[in-house]
Write a new protein. Structure first.
Length: 80
């Protein structure tokens, strides 16, 4: 697997962006202000994304997707 691996389900953001791949998730995290990236829930999700991109199995990608939902919801960035 690589950064082009697809997330299931895609995550829709309030600003109209869709997170469909690990690369999309990385780009969203890197676009956040540094103080926001340092919040514990983002710091928890980020290594899971990297693990999934480093050749993790489908389970690692699914875990990364679920762990990404937590900070997106906490920061009220997701559609739902």
């Amino acid at each position: 697997m690589t950064w082009t691996s697809k997330l299931k389900p895609s995550l829709l953001l309030k600003d109209g962006r869709a997170i469909e791949t690990l690369a999309d998730a990385r780009a969203v995290i890197l676009s956040l202000p540094e103080h926001q990236q340092r919040r514990p829930y983002w710091e928890y999700a980020a290594p899971r994304l990297m693990n999934a991109a480093r050749g993790g199995k489908r389970e690692a990608i699914d875990d990364a997707s679920w762990q990404l939902m937590r900070p997106l919801k906490a920061d009220r960035m997701m559609m739902r």
